[in-house]
Design a protein around this ligand. Structure first.
Ligand code: CP
Ligand code: NVA
Length: 342
């Protein structure tokens, strides 16, 4: 049978495809308010996107609904409290049955779920392509917007506009260093399976007891070794530490996220203790010898403990609100890609 064009993780996406999605996202942003370009205005006419969400969302839902509509399609929000989905042992409808039914009536499913196995099961039984809107393991839509934001911060608007309007490929960002100071979660997992393959260095600080998942580390190691053997290929170095100031050394961009991801609320108290010393501040960056012009990123929503207001609201440091807006431009590019457009 025909296999739908699922979009569950950036791990399986070649670097050239990641960069062409970012290129396209930038083109949409630069064309705004004439987005999308006229030829694509109606490519999703008559097509429905089901947003199947078992967790809360602000950015992901808004970016997806507006992105899908901007290509002429109809988005349909299905919160888990509104549909029959649930544990079959407790009278709910199974993933398998839900996936089969939803996938038979819509053109794509955008799913925000818990365990990554849930979205794999959804993809297994859905006839319509399934796009990951966040699981506990990965958040590819966020990582794409982050890559776009890193390109903007590194190359600047003028250069990017020239590249995009001339149709040239985006260059690899060799030499750029990103520091992650925070939890071993879905966001850093998605950055680790993408950034090094674009030539970007990543240094990761997580507290003792919060190691990056072994399969992610393995992917990073295997891909790095493979790139070494391919002439002309580039791969960013990746290092792991428990000391935030070590990770910040030479960093152009410091990235964090909440210490308590959705679904981990019961662990909040112990996690806050384990993450002592992980709040991103000017003092931390200085102690670690971050690049003097370092920038700050965060996927949002931001909680008060992981970054102070001085950094978060400093317009010379913080990229967080353009990073959030970029969710919309990258969502348009992903929908166009998954639905067989450019
Ligand atoms: N960054 C992000 O995914 O935000 P939401 O949870 O608000 O969608
Ligand atoms: N790591 C966070 C990201 C929220 C957008 C979570 O999974 O809750």
């Amino acid at each position: 049978a025909h296999k739908p064009n699922h979009f569950l993780t950036l791990k399986t996406l070649p670097p050239a495809t990641i960069l062409s999605l970012v290129h396209r996202s930038l083109a949409f942003k630069h064309a705004h308010p004439h987005t999308p370009p006229a030829s694509n205005t109606n490519m999703l006419h008559g097509k429905t996107l089901a947003l199947l969400f078992t967790k809360k969302s602000t950015r992901t839902r808004i970016s997806a609904e507006t992105a899908w509509s901007s290509l002429g399609g109809h988005p349909m929000f299905l919160g888990s409290n509104d549909i029959q989905l649930g544990d079959p042992a407790k009278g709910g409808e199974s993933w398998r049955d839900t996936a089969t039914v939803v996938g038979s009536m819509v053109d794509a499913v955008f799913a925000r779920l818990g365990d990554h196995k849930e979205i794999e099961e959804l993809a297994q039984y859905s006839r319509a392509p399934v796009i990951n809107a966040l699981t506990a393991k990965y958040h590819p839509m966020q990582a794409l917007a982050d890559i776009m934001t890193i390109y903007e911060a590194t190359l600047g608007e003028r250069v990017l506009k020239e590249i995009v309007s001339s149709g040239e490929d985006l260059p690899r960002l060799e030499g750029v260093k990103v520091a992650w100071v925070g939890d071993a979660n879905n966001i850093i997992n998605s950055l680790l399976v993408s950034l090094p393959r674009l030539g970007i260095h990543v240094s990761v600080a997580t507290p003792a007891g919060y190691e990056i998942d072994a399969d992610i580390k393995e992917f990073v190691a295997v891909e790095g070794a493979r790139a070494k053997n391919v002439a002309g290929d580039t791969y960013g170095t990746v290092s792991y530490t428990t000391d935030p100031s070590v990770a910040c050394n030479g960093a152009h961009i410091i990235v964090t996220d909440t210490w308590v991801s959705m679904g981990q609320e019961a662990d909040k108290e112990s996690k806050l203790k384990d993450f002592a010393g992980y709040k991103v501040t000017e003092a931390m960056a200085k102690l670690g010898n971050a690049h003097p012009d370092w920038k700050f990123m965060h996927c949002l929503p931001r909680k008060l403990e992981e970054v102070d207001d001085e950094v978060f609201y400093n317009p010379d440091r913080s990229l967080v609100f353009s990073e959030a807006e970029n969710r919309k431009w990258t969502a348009i590019a992903v929908f166009e890609h998954v639905m067989g457009g450019k």
